[in-house]
Design a protein around this ligand. Structure first.
Ligand SMILES: [Zn+2]
Length: 484
């Protein structure tokens, strides 16, 4: 039977794996909860009938997701009678937020967590450190937020500035930005808020590149401290050449202290350690880094990144966590326990060799698929008269829906594909309205991809349900973009 046709008015997003309308409606809101170990993790069975509602699950997440489905099914005071059997195709269903280029704050993060839960997304990847801002207060390192959480200017609306602060100075707005950062109390509040919604927070501390804001606070951790003379984060976007000095034991101890604290603050099982876009030009000319290369028997500066990755993968393992990093961090000899986050489908940028998600999975690494071509929501939606600015690239709604996390992965390696994630980089995303416009409805499409995998019913079907579902988002005050 054609399920989507029958339930067109019901409009669930993501669509459940198996759904049958049994006829009629009920106003009986009495819910019986049943535990059955045979129901898959995060899955549930839901029966809505004249004599009430029955929810069967093996875990609390499944019970919670049955509630999410019930909320979408509810039409006024009634529910349609249905039988649903549902479970996710992928266990990692993520959304990411860059709070460094622009800062959104606690209320926007909570609203994002609410919306993620409504779409059965279960991983919030929180990008907390960058060249342009350090957003986490760390005990023992007060200078981090003093210098790293505030900048004297940002790139102006409509401008693109990516070179160096001097070359692009005329593109800056001259408006002080910050200080913006999270305290320990803020983090504990948000971690608890996420946990209530069955969302695990994956904090990201970037290393060894994308650390300019930390170097502004502690110039001695850079290869060339004089380059941090302004004592403020990088003002323009783009890739920064000044990175962590890996020849300096104190710089490494600093990162250990940060990660040790992060491991204690965030209860989740995974910590993201960045690893992307790290130019090696400073290491090449730094006597300390060169001494490290010699002492560790590395071939040249290219050996330093795998060396520090190995160090922190083990460091995190000793604290009960698994390391996650952008695909470049899998270059060289890195333990198989390291999880890759695949962001590129082709080689881009000077010196950044590519380990694709498929290659990483074949090598035996678990992988989260988040290729920019399908998952970067700062790419253009291709809407007529779109008022917002994008970083570049094109990613219309249908393209998001067409994403298959296992597309290029050989069958025998597919067990390593944990799932996927949409990424919200914020160079050109200034505030919560701008963010919402870029996230919705494209996140709905990706949420359905991550929940249903190959069983997704097709874009036309999705779009039909979205016409109703978009109304739910608008009713919550979300600045959801149109469907076309
Ligand atoms: Zn150095």
């Amino acid at each position: 039977m054609n399920i989507s046709l029958i339930l067109a008015a019901v409009a669930l997003v993501p669509q459940p794996a198996k759904l049958v309308e049994t006829g009629g409606t009920t106003k009986n809101a009495e819910i019986r909860y049943v535990t059955d170990a045979a129901v898959p993790a995060e899955g549930y069975r839901l029966k809505v009938a004249a004599d009430g509602i029955t929810v069967t699950s093996s875990d609390a997440a499944g019970r919670y997701y049955a509630g999410v489905t019930l909320a979408q099914l509810k039409d006024g005071e009634t529910w349609p009678c249905v039988e649903i059997e549902d479970a996710p195709a992928y266990r990692w269903r993520g959304a990411h937020l860059d709070e460094c280029r622009h800062f959104f704050g606690k209320e926007t993060v909570k609203q994002m967590l609410d919306l993620m839960a409504q779409h059965k997304l279960n991983r919030f990847h929180w990008h907390l450190t960058e060249d342009q801002g350090w957003r986490l207060d760390i005990p023992g390192y007060p200078e981090l937020v003093k210098y790293g959480a505030v900048r004297s200017a940002s790139v102006r609306h409509g401008q693109r500035a990516t070179k160096g602060s001097k070359e692009d100075a005329d593109k800056l707005n001259g408006v002080k930005y910050g200080p913006y950062f999270y305290t320990e109390a803020d983090i504990r509040e948000i971690v608890a808020y996420a946990a209530e919604r069955h969302i695990v927070i994956v904090p990201e501390i970037e290393l060894p590149g994308h650390v300019f804001a930390a170097l502004a606070a502690y110039p001695e951790f850079a290869c060339v401290p004089a380059n941090m003379a302004s004592r403020e984060p990088r003002l323009v976007w783009g890739i920064e050449k000044d990175v962590l000095c890996l020849g300096n034991d104190k710089a490494i101890k600093f990162m250990e202290d940060v990660l040790d604290y992060v491991c204690r603050l965030f209860p989740g099982d995974v910590v993201h350690i960045g690893g992307d876009e790290c130019p090696q030009v400073r290491w090449k000319d730094c006597p300390k880094c060169q001494a490290r290369i010699k002492a560790e028997g590395l071939k040249d500066e290219h050996g330093l990144q795998p060396w520090i990755t190995r160090h922190f993968v083990k460091f995190l393992e000793a604290r009960g966590k698994r390391a996650l990093g952008w695909d470049e961090y899998l270059l060289g000899d890195v333990p198989k326990s390291a999880i890759g986050m695949s962001w590129r489908t082709r080689r881009q940028g000077a010196g950044h060799a590519l380990v694709s998600g498929a290659q990483a999975a074949v090598r035996g690494h678990d992988v989260v698929m988040t290729p920019n071509k399908f998952c970067y929501l700062d790419y253009g939606q291709c809407l007529p008269n779109d008022p917002f600015q994008y970083i570049g690239g094109k990613l219309p709604l249908e393209m998001c829906y067409s994403f298959d996390p296992c597309a290029d992965v050989p069958a025998e390696a597919r067990k390593h594909i944990l799932g996927g994630q949409c990424n919200n980089w914020s160079e050109y995303t200034w505030n919560e309205y701008d963010l919402a416009w870029k996230m919705w409805p494209r996140t709905c499409a990706l949420a359905e991809v991550f929940w249903l995998g190959d069983a997704k019913p097709g874009f036309a079907d999705f779009k039909k349900r979205m016409a109703t579902h978009r109304g739910r988002l608008i009713a919550q005050g979300i600045n959801c973009a149109p469907l076309e």
